[in-house]
Ligand binder design. Structure first.
Ligand code: PLP
Length: 509
């Protein structure tokens, strides 16, 4: 009897243990499946990278421009960011446009902009594009060589021509445009005479000091040179009317160069060489100035790696043991001898020691947009994006960090080196001042999706540009419509408007 009872008890215990284990496994499987399902239904599409276009910010820049450069009429360089709603807003606000091709001319005319508000500012024009300009009455254009004159004489002889000269070579810019465009000022006189003998119609002089000009003097010294050539044109009998001082203005002020200072320098030179009494129409072709600060790119962290210096004797340790153990770190600074084992008494001391040990040598993040997408400015514009966290990081301790884009190409690096606190997969980072030469250069490389755009504007800018807010296309931003705002410092811009019609896929954000 005793034996039978013992056997029964053992069997019951074994059965109970097995059943409990099976139940635990089933519960774990079910919970993780539900979690997964919830993750995919709740997150899918909601973690796509996106671009916020603050058209109100561009309007503030326009007001700043009008205040400091009242004599200079801006013709926005479409190439810098041709986004249709952005250009539309500038068009409504009264800005003219610099177009470099048939496509850009078509794009701007399509917004209802009159051809007289466009300058075809590409000295080397595709013939088909030149003919398109002629057919659509875009008659103001630049040239810098006799070959272009021959082409224009044949296809658009009544065009109003602006001679592009090289800017002062003494003053450097991040992007030197003198090598590609602009005639040497010394050659300008011959070109003017040639144009005269060909019966063409020269009306002005233009230049571009280069992208991201490093000092303001390049404008004033080149304005002086332009004046000599302009005056010579008058002497030749041309009806000279236009001075075009190009682009090169920064998107945001730096410690060494402010827009205000650049404007003061330009105004002084204009007053000296082109006083209002001369009747010259002064224009400019700013690109970066308007676009850069109006665009913010928000991206999701899709993957992460925490790199540590090589360690010894790891074969028999678990992953967690290796992660938490500092003792066997090979101190690369000291001939690969193991770092001294330290007593872990005080928390501060430990974290200091960790830093000394260089336990984490680098944290790498992979984002869902990169240098072949909205961050093209990293490859083409020397831009150094600064990551900002949407949610405050759990610790403020910073680590050497590298940030990569989502493609498999090693050029797809958003930030080579920076210091930042750790964030987790799924968290949002955002990058400001991202509008210049960025999304317009994005590709579909690796068939990655391009970031979607959404548009915002403060109420007063919108009202000033589009009239009263009764406009049915407008919808007040409400909490919850776009959850990202509730985390972001952009929340401070209360009263923000979203023009719903412009944002076909708010759900996708
Ligand atoms: N105008 C011309 C002819 C240009 O080529 C460019 C830029 O390449 C611009 C204007 C705009 O320059 P930025 O963006 O530096 O103002």
């Amino acid at each position: 009897v005793v034996v039978v009872v013992v056997v029964v008890v053992v069997v019951v215990v074994v059965v109970v243990v097995v059943v409990v284990k099976v139940m635990v496994v089933v519960v774990v499987i079910v919970v993780s499946a539900v979690e997964k399902a919830y993750f995919y239904t709740s997150k899918q599409g909601r973690d796509d990278a996106f671009v916020v276009v603050d058209v109100g910010q561009a309007y503030k820049k326009l007001k700043e421009w009008r205040q400091h450069l009242p004599r200079v009429r801006p013709f926005y360089a479409t190439k810098c960011n041709p986004d249709v709603q952005f250009c539309n807003f500038l068009a409504q606000a009264g800005v003219g446009f610099d177009c470099a091709s048939m496509g850009e001319i078509k794009h701007i005319l399509g917004l209802g902009v009159h051809p007289s508000r466009i300058i075809y500012a590409n000295p080397c024009k595709v013939l088909k594009h030149l003919r398109y300009a002629q057919e659509h009455n875009v008659d103001l254009m630049t040239f810098d060589d006799v070959h272009e004159l021959v082409k224009i004489q044949k296809w658009f002889p009544r065009a109003r021509l602006v001679l592009r000269i090289q800017s002062d070579k003494e003053h450097k810019a991040a992007h030197n445009l003198n090598e590609k465009f602009g005639c040497d000022p010394a050659a300008a006189y011959g070109l003017m005479k040639k144009a005269k003998s060909m019966g063409l119609n020269v009306v002005g002089v233009c230049f571009h000091v280069g992208g991201l000009a490093k000092d303001a003097k390049c404008y004033s010294t080149t304005i002086k040179t332009a004046n000599d050539i302009y005056t010579y044109g008058e002497q030749l009998g041309f009806d000279m009317r236009i001075l075009d001082i190009g682009g090169g203005f920064h998107g945001v002020d730096s410690e060494t160069l402010t827009f205000r200072y650049v404007a003061e320098t330009i105004n002084k030179a204009l007053d000296e060489y082109f006083p209002p009494s001369r009747g010259t129409e002064i224009m400019a072709e700013p690109g970066r100035y308007f676009a850069a600060s109006a665009f913010t790119v928000a991206v999701n962290v899709i993957s992460k790696k925490v790199l540590r210096p090589p360690q010894q004797d790891n074969k028999n340790k678990s992953y967690e043991e290796i992660e938490n153990d500092n003792s066997s770190v090979i101190d690369t600074k000291y001939n690969n001898t193991p770092a001294v084992k330290r007593s872990k008494t005080n928390e501060d001391e430990i974290s200091n020691l960790k830093r000394e040990d260089n336990t984490i040598s680098k944290v790498m993040y992979y984002l869902n947009d990169g240098a072949f997408g909205a961050f093209s400015n990293v490859l083409t514009d020397f831009y150094e994006p600064k990551p900002l966290c949407v949610e405050p990081p759990s610790s403020t301790e910073t680590f050497p960090t590298q940030v990569w884009g989502p493609t498999c190409d090693h050029f797809d690096c958003v930030i080579r080196k920076c210091e930042m606190p750790q964030v987790d997969i799924g968290q949002w980072l955002y990058f400001e001042v991202m509008g210049a030469y960025s999304t317009c250069l994005a590709t579909d490389f690796n068939a990655m999706e391009r970031a979607k755009f959404t548009y915002v504007c403060d109420e007063s800018s919108w009202n000033e540009v589009y009239g009263e807010c009764g406009n049915s296309e407008l919808h007040h931003y409400t909490d919850g419509l776009w959850e990202w705002f509730s985390y972001s410092p952009m929340k401070k811009q209360q009263g923000m408007l979203i023009r719903n019609g412009l944002n076909p896929d708010l759900e996708g954000v």
